[in-house]
Each structure stands twice: as C-alpha cells, then as structure tokens.
Design a protein around this ligand. Structure first.
Ligand code: SF4
Length: 257
C-alpha cells in the first residue's frame, strides 16, 4: 500500500477558489518540485519523514508519524469531522506527486466530495484522478512567477515556458468539462499582456471553465498587485468570453488556517 508524507489534517474554512467560504477538511501533503515566488507554504516543498504530521481533530491537536497510508488518513479525516460530510480538500505541496496514494484515498473517503488543489504541472497524474475527484482547483501560473524546479524524488516539473505551455494545455483539456476552476494568481508588477497567453489557452482549451483571479496576499516580501491591474485583468478575461471572478484569499483575513 502506498504511503504519502502528511503535513497536517484539520477542519477549517476554504480560503480561496470556487468554494471560498465553505467548511472543509484539509489534508496537506508534503513534496513540491515547483518554486513559486509567492508560495505561502514553503515548508511543504521538502519531504521529511521525521517531521511529524499535525492532526487537529475534534478532541484536540496531536502529532503523528508523517508517512501514512490512505486508510490512516481517511480515519484522521473522520476524526476531524466526526459524522460529518464536509468536503475534503487535498492540498500541499503538490498532491499530484503522490498519485497512487490519492487514487486509494479518494475511494476510501466516498461519499465525501474530494477536491484537489494542484499547480497543474503533472497532467499524467491528473488524468488518473480527474474522474473520481469532485472538484479540481487548477492553478494556471505565469512561468515568470516560477524559479527553476527542484525534483521530488523522480518527479520533476516543467523547465521553461515552452514545457509549461504544453502541460498547461494538457491540464486544461483534462478539466475542461469537469467540475473545476482555473485559479490565476496575480502578483504585483505583472501586466495584462503577461496573462494573454494564459487567457488564450483558457479560451482555446477550456472555454467553459470558471476563472478565479486571485491577487497574491501581501507579506513574506510580496506586495499586493495594483487595483488597476486587477480590474483590467477582469475586463480582459470577460472580453475574451471567460466566466471570471476576482477573489482574494480570505483565510488570512479571517485568521484561520
Ligand atoms: S505549487 Fe504550491 S506548494 Fe508548490 S511552490 Fe507553488 S504555491 Fe508553493
């Protein structure tokens, strides 16, 4: 049975994307080969089997060994939401580094809805999961926002803009008719022109996908993007026919995990 490195399991409020505000249970896995400039979970990049998992359940918080099989994680989810039916959001890190684990976990958690938050850099893994998943929140990132990747074991990531273009199009086609949204992080200093290739790919490969423009939350050396840029991006996305929402991260505002 495959195991995955778990960072934390906890109940909270979804802070971003199409289900912002919804009570959910979160399963955060370690391991990410990407290096987004504005990443808010850099502690999730490296897999450290000796770092304990934080399990925050109804009865309190405790530590558990990080490497866990899907049955153990499904049990933690039940502890975090006893007798409930909250959707489970699997996040990271990049959860698609662990596709074998995820396939089993999604089955074990049924009938709970399982949502995946992914950077979309691994379309082969996404293809295995998009059917059983209830929702995919697919980040569509500017290559300029990414430092060179650092492989996690044998799992790498696109190396340049050309490789990103290929995986972006493949991932968009996989979720084009699924319950999914495309989340476009918007950092300070970018322009509408920077986003044109992403908007073109959305129109060409997933025109019905809901688009969420997400301003980067200021902090950790990042500034908030200009209001003028955000409004111009909304106008441009609507002008090319995309269903668009401008939604900041709300969990920092609420002060929740
Ligand atoms: S994909 Fe997610 S976890 Fe990985 S560097 Fe980017 S924001 Fe951070």
């Amino acid at each position: 049975m495959s195991e995955a490195p778990v960072l934390e399991v906890f109940a909270s409020i979804q802070g971003e994307g199409a289900f912002v505000g919804q009570p959910q249970v979160f399963v955060r896995l370690a391991g990410c080969p990407l290096r987004c400039a504005w990443c808010d979970t850099p502690h999730s990049w490296v897999i450290d089997p000796l770092r304990p998992a934080r399990i925050a359940v109804a009865g309190g918080e405790r530590s558990e060994p990080a490497l866990a099989d899907p049955e153990r994680v499904a049990a933690w989810v039940e502890e975090a939401d006893p007798g409930g039916a909250r959707p489970v959001s699997v996040t990271g890190g990049e959860p698609l580094v662990h596709p074998d684990f995820l396939e089993v976990l999604v089955g074990l958690l049924a009938p709970r809805r399982v949502h995946l938050e992914t950077a979309g850099a691994h379309p082969e893994a996404l293809a295995r999961l998009v059917g059983p998943l209830a929702h995919v929140s697919l980040d569509v990132k500017l290559p300029a926002d990414l430092a060179p990747p650092v492989p996690v074991g044998e799992v790498g990531a696109p190396q340049d803009a050309s490789e990103w273009r290929a995986v972006r199009r493949a991932a968009l086609e996989l979720v084009a008719d699924a319950d999914a949204c495309a989340k476009l992080p918007v950092a300070a200093g970018r322009t509408v022109a920077d986003f044109e290739p992403l908007l073109r790919d959305l129109v060409a490969h997933a025109p019905r996908l809901r688009v969420v423009l997400q301003p980067i939350t200021p902090g950790r050396g990042e500034r908030a993007p200009d209001r003028a840029l955000l409004l111009a991006l909304v106008e441009r996305a609507e002008a090319v026919g995309l269903t668009t929402r401008l939604v900041p991260q709300v969990h920092p505002l609420l002060g929740v995990d």
